[in-house]
Design a protein. Structure first.
Length: 327
């Protein structure tokens, strides 16, 4: 009997230890979030992804009941920041706030990070591409710019982010307008917009939110948006098509987590983001900066991302910009 008691006790303790270990993740998940959350923006501060990300993060922190801190990790066409998210613990405490570059960099960057490294939590924003010039530039319409650019091939400089959606905007614009410009790379939209305001480049492409502040200061002027129709959200700007350039293209932002993040954590995040995107403060702030709100979660978000992936890959291949042939 004495021999059996230690064995039974050891078995009981071993079972208890195993039960404790197996239950630990469940307890941690049920308590999520128990500490501050980090949201990585893979672009410099001040750009459109940073601006929209901060609007979302501030309110999301209120909905989750814990701070959501933005950390800017620019470089390599968003790949550096994306890699940090992909390599983070899949526990919901490191989020990625990614733009369309999460899709485009898979094909335009030599060492990309595939979408399969992440799980999409929600899409929160969509906007059309926009083209801007310096406020004092001689072109007051996109048609005037195109007419001039056709007469001077390879003379005008156009700013964009290599590997990101802006590079596709620029190349797509050249193709649709029948012009040739000098591509000038920047780490983020803010850098390029400031260079445009300072006269270091003649043209810049991004989305409307990138130009809102400089437009108000009369430093840059948006000429048109690559949308289906005009919108008051974008100051009723003419479309590319109205100016003879048959191009409709845009960008989006979403919240991602590392692959392997528990579904219960993803569900809690998605619900909090849904509440965030419905809040009056967020809707007002997004409108003030000229950013569109479009909330998608679950299968709808996955379907949207898959369609964007297919669409951008087709454009990239057509324009001859494919660098990374496989994901």
């Amino acid at each position: 009997m004495k021999l059996h008691i230690p064995i039974l006790a050891a078995g009981f303790l071993l079972g208890l230890a195993s039960w404790s270990v197996s239950m630990a993740p469940a307890v941690a998940q049920s308590d999520y979030p128990a500490k501050a959350v980090t949201m990585i923006v893979p672009f410099p501060a001040g750009g459109r992804t940073d601006v929209v990300g901060r609007i979302v993060a501030q309110e999301l922190g209120r909905k989750l009941g814990t701070p959501v801190a933005i950390v800017n990790k620019p470089g390599a066409s968003s790949v550096l920041g994306a890699r940090e998210v992909a390599e983070a613990a899949p526990d919901g405490y490191t989020l990625g706030f990614f733009s369309t570059s999460a899709v485009t960099s898979q094909y335009t960057v030599p060492t990309p990070i595939a979408l399969s490294n992440f799980q999409l939590v929600a899409i929160v924003n969509t906007d059309p591409a926009a083209l801007a010039v310096q406020w004092s530039a001689p072109w007051k319409t996109l048609k005037e710019l195109v007419d001039d650019a056709r007469k001077r091939p390879g003379k005008l400089r156009i700013g964009m982010i290599p590997g990101a959606s802006a590079q596709i905007f620029a190349a797509g614009f050249e193709d649709a307008a029948g012009v040739k410009m000098i591509m000038v790379p920047f780490k983020g939209d803010a850098d390029g917009a400031i260079a445009l305001a300072g006269g270091h480049i003649e043209v810049h492409v991004a989305v409307p939110v990138s130009y809102k502040t400089l437009m108000g200061a009369k430093k840059v002027r948006m000429l048109a948006v690559a949308a289906d129709a005009r919108s008051q959200l974008y100051d009723n700007l003419p479309t590319f098509r109205e100016n003879g350039v048959d191009l409709v293209i845009g960008a989006f932002h979403g919240v991602y987590v590392p692959k392997g993040t528990p579904q219960s954590v993803i569900n809690k995040l998605a619900s909090a983001i849904e509440q965030t995107m419905k809040s009056k403060e967020v809707l007002t702030n997004m409108e003030n900066v000229g950013a569109g709100v479009a909330f998608l979660r679950g299968e709808e978000a996955k379907d949207f991302l898959a369609k964007q992936d297919a669409t951008y890959r087709a454009i990239i291949e057509k324009l001859g910009l494919l660098v990374a042939p496989t994901k």
